[in-house]
Structures are given as C-alpha cells and as structure tokens.
Design a protein around this ligand. Structure first.
Ligand SMILES: COc1cc(C(=O)NC2CCN(C)CC2)ccc1Nc1cc2c(cn1)c(C)nn2-c1cc(Cl)cc(CCC(N)=O)c1
Length: 304
C-alpha cells in the first residue's frame, strides 16, 4: 500500500449534498510535519479557503481491526466536541479510498519536546506561564468529564502566538457518570500514573494530575523524574515513587514542594486543579505573563 508520501499532492474530499449533488473540496498536501502511531502529519492548505491545517493522515489499512477503528472514532468524537484556547482546535475530518484525514489547528512552533530539546530546561517563570495554561485546559476537560490520559511534552503544541495547546486525544476517554473508574492500561511510560500500572482499583481524573506533576518536574529539571533506559525499571520507580531532585539543578522550595505534593502514589491524596492553582508556586507575587515571547524558544526570558 502506497505511503501517504507517494500519493497525489492534491487530496480530494467528496461531499454529497442533501439534494444528492456531489461537490469536491480540494486540499494541497504540503510538508511532512511528523508521525505518531499509524498517523503521518502534513501541512494541508484548503484550495477553497487557503486555510492551513495540520492534517493527520491515517491509512485505512491500519484500521482493519474494529478496535483500531473504534479508537479513532472515539478520538474524533471527543476532540471535535472540545473548544478551549489551550486545546488544539478540531477543524474537520473526512475520508477517501485510502485514508482518514483529521484536519487540526496548525501550531507552527511545534511541541514542548522540541522546545525543551533546545533549551535543556525552563525557568520558573516560563514553567508558571505554561502550567497556568495547561491547568486551564485541564479544568475545562475534566469539567466535561474528559480524561486525556496521555499528557506529555510531545502532546503540548505551541501556536504561532506562543499559546500552549493540548493535542492528541488518541488515549482520551469520556466518563459516563461522576465516580466512574476506567481500567484500560494506557499512557506513555515516563508519564503514566501508578494506579494505571497497578490496574486493580481503576483510574480517573487523577491520572492527568499525576502527569501534570511529571510535566512540571520535566520542564524545571530537564528530564522526566522516573526516566531510565528500560521501561520496566521506569515502571518500578513509578510504583516505588522513586525520584529525586538533582543537586546540580537550582530549584526553589516552592517548585520542589509543588512537585512533591502532586507526585503522590495514592490518587485520593493528590491535589485538585484548584488546589494546584492556589499553590505557592503560582502565587509568589510575580506577574505571570499570559504568553512568552518567541525569543524564549531559543533562550531564557530576559531578567527584566
Ligand atoms: C509548522 O508546524 C509544525 C512543524 C513541525 C516541524 O517542523 N516538524 C519537523 C519535520 C521534519 N523533521 C526532520 C523535524 C521536525 C512539527 C509540527 C508542526 N505543527 C503541528 C503538528 C501537529 C499539530 C499541530 N501543529 C497537531 C494537532 N498534531 N500534530 C502532529 C501530529 C502527528 Cl501525527 C505528528 C506530529 C509530529 C510529532 C509531534 N508530536 O510533534 C505532529
């Protein structure tokens, strides 16, 4: 089966109107942006509106099993229902004979992974600024009974205006009722909560709170708290809550206290998003900017 790269640079969407008329919407497939799972992502331009999007192209050949098809439909159903400035916008989806196309808000400054690769680690002010936006998006998600379940730097996209946007709802789930517990094992090794690994008592919103703690540590220290070269060892360290703050990284007491308060094995003892937002780390008297200048993609914000 031809890879998406070898397919025509013009992608056509066939639209059947209610009166039976058929119209064609065309998109120009631009540069390759990256890949994730079975999806390859390209810059698409609508020939009708000239609008640019990040289009995830999922080959139908990867959707032969009903579970894979159901998973993609769940991702689309959840993501298209969400509207928040710190959640990647869902523009449109369609299919042709070969692929399913999911057109999403293009974030031209890539992800926090690339940012951290360039910067090694962020200042406290930058971490405050990004986490305030992530907490706002998480409050919205949890308020709509959605658990993301895969919060990590690679799923935090940066817009041209330097806003952070949570993307990739491929592991997200929507609770049917308050108190419902989910049991499927999922997540990314470095960010996965201990109760998901344990699997006995099910999991809920608290898994996103745990990942938020891992994200905070990773931004401030420069690497994830439980990272090792072997996934099984990482999982053991998560279960044992075995992490520490490296001596060579200057961290304030409030930074360390925030992370320690969040990375608690017992999910019932983790702080709520409201409690996190009220933590001293975010209330030190300094003004937290709404967004950071693009210069911080390459170097720390000026001291002023
Ligand atoms: C202009 O906008 C972008 C540019 C780039 C980029 O320059 N990537 C280069 C590609 C070539 N390699 C060699 C270096 C990185 C990467 C991402 C961009 N924007 C961009 C990418 C986006 C989104 C929004 N906006 C969304 C939403 N989903 N995805 C998405 C989807 C998949 Cl399946 C894979 C990837 C790549 C892995 C990753 N997590 O970044 C991204």
């Amino acid at each position: 089966m031809a890879q998406a790269d070898e397919q025509p640079a013009i992608i056509e969407e066939k639209i059947v109107r209610v009166n039976g008329e058929i119209s064609i919407r065309q998109y120009s497939k631009g540069r390759f942006l990256g890949k994730g799972g079975f999806a390859r992502c390209y810059e698409f331009t609508s020939l009708e509106s000239r609008k640019l999007t990040a289009s995830k192209v999922v080959p139908k050949a990867s959707l032969t099993k009903s579970r894979a098809k159901q998973k993609l439909m769940t991702e689309i159903k959840i993501h298209r229902s969400l509207h928040h400035p710190n959640i990647v916008g869902f523009e449109h989806f369609f299919e042709d004979s070969e692929n399913v196309y999911i057109l999403l808000e293009l974030c031209t400054n890539q992800t926090m992974n690339e940012l951290l690769r360039r910067r090694k680690r962020l200042t406290e002010l930058e971490t405050q600024c990004y986490l305030v936006q992530v907490i706002s998006a998480l409050s919205y998600l949890h308020g709509h009974r959605v658990i993301h379940r895969d919060l990590k730097l690679g799923n935090f996209f940066l817009s041209d205006k330097m806003e952070i946007k949570i993307g990739d709802f491929g592991l997200a789930t929507k609770l049917e009722f308050d108190g419902e517990k989910k049991r499927t094992i999922c997540g990314t090794p470095n960010y996965i909560a201990p109760e998901v690994l344990d699997g006995k008592q099910g999991h809920s919103y608290e898994v996103d709170i745990w990942s938020l703690g891992v994200v905070a540590y990773t931004l401030l220290v420069g690497k994830p708290p439980f990272e090792t070269s072997d996934v099984k060892t990482t999982y053991r360290r998560i279960r044992m809550n075995a992490y520490s703050f490296p001596e060579n990284v200057p961290l304030s007491e409030s930074s360390k206290n925030l992370i320690t308060r969040i990375l608690v094995t017992d999910p019932t003892k983790r702080p709520t998003l409201t409690e996190i937002q009220a933590h001293e780390f975010f209330n030190q008297g300094n003004t937290i900017p709404k967004t950071l200048p693009p210069s911080t993609l390459a170097c720390p914000p000026s001291a002023s």
